[in-house]
Ligand binder design. Structure first.
Ligand code: B12
Ligand code: SF4
Ligand code: SF4
Length: 386
């Protein structure tokens, strides 16, 4: 039974039955592109994502066999999420944008649960013991490399894994097995050709020529992984993205032509999670945040990170309503990081009302970072009006 084509077919059929759109099998040999990863770390392009540069995590990325002793095969799966274009239409211009993978439930829960069901099906199918390990995203695995090797697609210039008939709106997960399975053929062709649309569309110019990113500048990093302040010079480039960014995928011809609106309903948006109302979100209480984003990937940034991002998006809008909401936030918000970004946003909105409110806030503010932001916001207003 082990190593038989029938077992491989069984795994693939079960994976599809469980809702995975893509399934491929590879072996645990070291990934060819590991030197690219090492160079990326050496250049410090990972910013503050220190979990990527831990020595044990680097060793495991270089050698997947360290993840599960005796591993013989890796089943790579892909599951589609909605297209960004499928977001519900919102009339108000005061809405933010959330990356499409994060509209519904967290894939870090969905993918492992389904892979566990796949393991259970395997255990009933074969009558000898085997070891297994399930990972998605946060594990020490070069997922895109292994997925390319399992035949799921090619790595585009935007660094995303792209399937020639599905595009790139899918997430990856993997099942390590001590079972011997025939690997699938790697996906060896590159279908980017002379296209450069993603590179040209990226607002922060963070897509590098060697198919890696300067992650420190990527909006996805700035709004999700970065726990501190958003660098002032990059705030305007965020526009109204408040969690992640889909731009380099939206412009990709392979998504424009082939991505379909088909996806698992668990990834569908609910309660304006795709296009949140900025003026309401900036006033979310800790309890409201918890209730709204229970089960959602937005939990990752916590209320502190989310409202920081909302403040920046409000600063990038020019509506009267945005200033009113920001003024309430600066006055009542207990978290200094959020107040600091609200102060910047108020300065960016500008005008006499903004100036008076900032001057008043300066009298009562005690946090040094917020004071600094208020002072530079006041400076900004003054310069702007000269
Ligand atoms: C850190 C990380 C980020 C960082 C850095 C991203 C980056 N491109 O480096 C940030 C926070 C910016 C980010 C953003 C996003 N991420 Co992310 N991220 C990761 C994570 C955890 C590690 C990626 C990594 O190691 N980066 C370092 C670089 C050097 O490695 P790499 O991107 O994998 O690139 C490899 C290839 O480019 C390869 N390479 C280059 N040329 C060639 C040529 C060939 C032939 C081969 C084989 C390889 C190759 O070398 C690299 C090393 O293997 C992975 C999960 C994982 N464990 O792999 C998810 C992952 C890559 N992210 C994912 C997603 C969905 C996103 C976002 C779309 C989310 C969003 N909407 O905001 C954006 C997309 C931004 C983008 N253009 O990449 C998915 C991608 C799915 C897909 N279809 O590709 C992953 C796989 C998570 C998952 N389990 O689904 N992410
Ligand atoms: S996700 Fe956005 S910021 Fe990041 S590389 Fe793509 S377009 Fe640029
Ligand atoms: S936009 Fe063009 S260059 Fe970028 S990933 Fe898609 S096909 Fe490749």
């Amino acid at each position: 039974m082990e190593g038989s084509p029938a077992l491989k077919e069984f795994i693939k059929a079960e994976a599809h039955r469980l809702g995975f759109d893509l399934v491929g099998i590879t072996d645990p040999s070291p990934p060819d592109s590991f030197p690219i990863y090492q160079k990326w770390l050496d250049r410090g392009l990972h910013g503050d994502m220190t979990y990527l540069s831990r020595p044990d995590a680097i060793a495991r990325r270089a050698n997947p066999s360290l993840i599960l002793p005796g591993v013989k095969s890796i089943v790579m799966v892909g599951i589609r999420y909605p297209r960004p274009e499928d977001a519900p239409v919102i009339e108000s211009e005061l809405h933010g944008k959330v990356a499409a993978y994060a509209w519904g439930e967290d894939y870090h829960n969905i993918i492992p649960a389904r892979l566990k069901t796949l393991v259970a099906a395997l255990q009933t199918r074969i009558d000898f013991p085997f070891e297994w390990k399930i990972l998605t995203d946060s594990g020490p695995v070069l997922e895109r490399d292994l997925a390319q090797r399992a035949g799921l697609g090619w790595i585009g210039k935007n660094t995303c894994l792209i399937h020639p008939r599905m595009g790139s709106y899918f997430l990856l997960g993997e099942l390590f097995l001590t079972l011997d399975l025939e690997p699938d053929s790697p996906f060896t062709t590159d279908h980017c050709g002379s296209c450069r649309r993603c590179i040209e569309a990226c607002p922060t110019h963070c897509i590098l020529p060697d198919r890696t990113l300067d992650a420190k500048r990527c909006i996805s990093y700035l709004t999700i992984e970065n726990k501190g302040g958003i660098p002032t010079d990059l705030r305007a480039t965020l526009d109204n993205w408040v969690f992640g960014c889909d731009i380099c995928q939206q412009v990709c011809p392979w998504n424009i032509r082939f991505a379909s609106s088909h996806h698992d309903p668990l990834f569908s948006p609910k309660d304006n999670t795709a296009r949140p109302h900025l003026t309401r979100e900036i006033l979310l209480s800790p309890t409201e945040f918890k209730q709204k984003f229970n089960q959602s990937p937005l939990q990752r940034v916590k209320r502190r990170g989310y409202l920081r991002n909302i403040a920046v998006a409000l600063g990038n809008s020019t509506s009267e309503q945005s200033l009113a909401a920001l003024l309430i936030c600066l006055k009542n918000e207990p978290e200094p990081l959020i107040r600091a970004h609200a102060a910047w946003a108020i300065g960016k909105n500008g005008g006499a009302r903004a100036r008076t409110a900032l001057q008043e806030a300066l009298q009562s503010e005690s946090d040094p970072d917020v004071i600094k932001e208020i002072r530079s916001a006041l400076q900004f207003i003054t310069n702007d009006q000269v």
